[in-house]
Design a binder for this molecule. Structure first.
Ligand code: EPZ
Length: 446
């Protein structure tokens, strides 16, 4: 069993370089299936989910070479269009191979990605869109696979009922080689999608953001290889910025994405944090005065990202007063609350008053889980103390690690594989900022 042992309290200060964005890297790997030419991707993060996605494309015949943070992928010719259960079921985004496999080979068999700890996370919006483009997709509950076929995908007008980040990307990946033009309405606006569009454009695709929440893709007969440097990770940056403020420190972030983090920076300043624009890609985040409570409602871009709310909650435990977080994207994204409560945090759940929740929330209303809530209220400031903790999902993991840095005493945190999914070498990078953190392989307790 792997654990982090962390001693606190610590003040974090120094420089950190933000890694490549996980939520671009995973999809960039999928684009390699759209051409027989080689794709060369730079600034790729060394994280578990990237290695899993490489296993997915390798299981479909691709050849992969990793050279530091550069990954070269050449789509192989032995075309197997079945993603093995033991690989696909471990990575939700493996379902995104549907589009490329259907448009190039006419069929695909993928495991049901299933939910994860933060919610059911179905792919109904992805499936509906591909069906509109001519695919037949059936789910067989006996083998747990989606079985998809298409003579050839054709263009379609598709309007998403609700926002979907990877759903928008799945349909772009399916439309780039389809016959005719596809128009996606109510398309997601997360900037990571624009990075994927830039890569596909470099491969010869014809894609434009043609209007408000509208994307037009004109199918082309073939795509060619490309070299591309992916953007850095906004979620990592938000985590380090909050780390600076929460520990009363000072962290300078290189490869900064601040220009894509307006909602975060507004909240950060309202909470009393200071950020200094050193240059176009360098931002210094530091503590300047007592932290103020700031209420947050999460939303899709350009709103306050749901991925930022967990570390934000930790920051609010240090604010003088009461603040609230209203999570509107996922139905079960407060898994870190129990861990922070173990450390003394004063957090309670509540159900925000919403007139038409089935339309208001981004998740499918029928997926909500009995006994969960969409709001938390945080009263601070609280001096956190050490505890034995666990990491339940990626962003909750980062939050618990930061909390242990703040807490008085030594904490042990289990579930390191969760954080390793999305934060490159987080222990060495935090140690370089002054943290006392050790990654220990503990013998299985027999
Ligand atoms: C992407 O998830 C990101 N993951 C998430 O980051 C991010 O939090 C989310 O977008 C919102 O920005 C990747 O890009 C790999 P959605 P995604 O489709 O695409 C429901 C992280 O920590 N929904 O916009 O899955 C869904 O369950 C991760 O890096 C359906 O019901 O998010 C969710 O409640 C966490 N049916 C809501 O809609 C569908 O077909 C928004 O989902 C699709 C989505």
């Amino acid at each position: 069993m792997e654990k982090f042992v962390i001693n606190g309290p610590t003040v974090l200060h120094g420089d950190v370089t933000i890694a490549g964005a996980k939520n671009v890297a995973l999809k960039a790997i999928v684009t390699s299936l759209l051409t027989d030419d080689e794709i060369i991707l730079h600034n790729m993060p060394h994280i578990r989910d990237v290695l899993l996605m490489l296993d997915v494309v390798k299981s479909l015949g691709a050849h992969v070479t990793i050279e530091g943070n550069t990954i070269r992928i050449q789509d192989g010719h032995t075309k197997d269009t079945i993603v093995p259960l033991e690989i696909g079921a471990r990575l939700r985004t493996s379902s995104m191979v549907l589009g490329p496999m259907l448009s190039r080979y006419g069929n695909a068999t993928i495991p049901n990605p299933g939910g994860c700890r933060i919610g059911a996370r179905p792919i109904d919006r992805h499936i509906e869109g591909l069906k509109r483009m001519g695919a037949t997709i059936d789910y067989d509950s006996k083998d747990g696979y989606f079985h998809a076929h298409a003579q050839h995908l054709h263009g379609a007008q598709i309007s998403f009922l609700k926002n979907t980040h990877t759903g928008t990307e799945t349909l772009i990946l399916g439309a780039v080689l389809a016959d005719g033009t596809t128009v996606l309405k109510n398309a997601a606006e997360e900037v990571e999608i624009d990075d994927l569009i830039a890569l596909l454009t470099a491969m010869g695709a014809n894609i434009t953001r043609s209007g408000n929440r509208e994307i037009t893709i004109v199918g082309v007969p073939k795509l060619h290889g490309a070299q591309y440097t992916i953007m850095s990770d906004r979620n990592e940056e938000a985590t380090f910025a909050i780390a600076a403020l929460t520990t009363k420190g000072d962290i300078t972030v290189h490869h900064s994405q601040r220009h894509n983090m307006k909602a975060f920076l507004e909240a950060f300043e309202k909470a009393g944090g200071v950020y200094k624009m050193i240059d176009d890609t360098t931002t210094e985040y530091f503590y300047d005065k007592p932290i103020q409570p700031v209420d947050i409602v999460t939303g899709s871009h350009p709103g306050f990202m749901t991925d930022w709310q967990a570390p934000w909650a930790l920051l609010m435990t240090q604010a003088t007063g009461v603040s609230t977080i209203h999570e509107t994207v996922f139905e079960n994204r407060f898994l870190y609350v129990e861990e922070l409560r173990k450390m003394g945090a004063n957090i309670s759940y509540f159900d925000p008053n919403v007139e038409h929740p089935e339309a208001f929330y981004n998740f499918n209303w029928e997926d909500r889980i009995k006994g969960t809530h969409q709001g938390i209220s945080i009263t601070g400031p609280t001096k956190l103390h050490n505890a034995i903790l666990s990491m339940n999902d990626l962003r909750a993991g980062a939050t618990v690690v930061l909390a242990a840095m703040l807490a008085i005493g030594q904490s042990s945190i289990y579930g390191v594989e969760q954080i390793d999914r999305g934060y490159e070498q987080i222990d060495t990078r935090l140690a370089a900022l002054g943290a006392s953190i050790e990654w220990i392989e503990e013998d299985e307790i027999v």
